[in-house]
Write a protein of this length. Structure first.
Length: 244
């Protein structure tokens, strides 16, 4: 996430905002292990198990360290090892062990509550974040909000080994609350498409698409979430006119 041309961020002084959130996306807190017990009784309770594997955490940390290598060498690792006493210390250990293979990268371990506050107060002090499934989900929305709107945030569900296809989509998903209203911001989808093109080796096409939606924003065309008046179709038409 970075501040786009023509977009006013949520606070002043963030012109150089540029953050990548690397989220582990197949295990962690989103495991389906658990259940509800004693349904309908006073003793009803729910159990949700988190699953962290050395392979899964190291995979995310390794990818994040590669990203951080080209972004100043500092990697912030989101944790809560002072309160979540099993999985988060394990996360910290595996991230630290993994990043040792990247001598140019320094890991800064930051508790998730303090990290959320820091992103609001000093967002430009952070460039690259590695986080578990849940923490990465929350932080990616937070940095999008800082940059102006969740509607502009792109994401890539990557298979770094390239043995399987990767998937690219807006962070916000399908936005069902505004479905059919014609006001959804298409920038998240367009930016995700540009990321896909870059992933597929089509760097020039990715650059052209990025410049097209950036130029449209810079000219003052924006959807209501960015305090503009353009519909989804009008914004898309303006982007297309720059690509023809």
């Amino acid at each position: 996430m970075r501040l786009l041309p023509g977009v006013v961020g949520a606070m002043s002084g963030i012109d150089d905002l540029d953050i990548v959130v690397v989220r582990e996306n197949v295990e962690g807190e989103y495991s389906q292990i658990g259940g509800r017990f004693g349904t309908g009784t006073d003793g009803e309770f729910a159990v949700q198990e988190s699953v962290f594997t050395r392979r899964g955490v190291a995979r995310a940390a390794r990818y994040a360290a590669n990203v951080a290598t080209e972004r100043g060498g500092r990697l912030v690792s989101a944790t809560k090892s002072n309160g979540i006493i099993h999985t988060m210390p394990f996360w910290d250990e595996v991230v630290e062990d993994t990043v040792k293979a990247f001598p140019g990268v320094v890991v800064e371990k930051v508790l998730i509550d303090a990290l959320a506050a820091r992103l609001v107060m000093k967002p430009t002090s952070i460039r690259t974040i590695v986080a578990s499934n849940l923490f990465g989900d929350i932080l990616s929305d937070l940095v999008a909000g800082i940059a102006g709107s969740i509607g502009i945030a792109p994401s890539a569900n990557l298979n770094p080994e390239r043995r399987h296809p990767s998937m690219f989509e807006p962070v916000h998903g399908s936005a069902p609350d505004i479905a059919g209203m014609g006001i959804a911001n298409p920038v998240g989808a367009l930016w995700a498409a540009a990321m896909m093109l870059d992933h597929l080796g089509e760097a020039e096409a990715a650059r052209s698409l990025t410049l097209a939606f950036e130029g449209t924003l810079a000219d003052g065309t924006a959807t209501p979430d960015l305090k503009g008046t353009a519909s989804t179709a009008e914004f898309a038409a303006a982007v297309l006119s720059r690509l023809s």
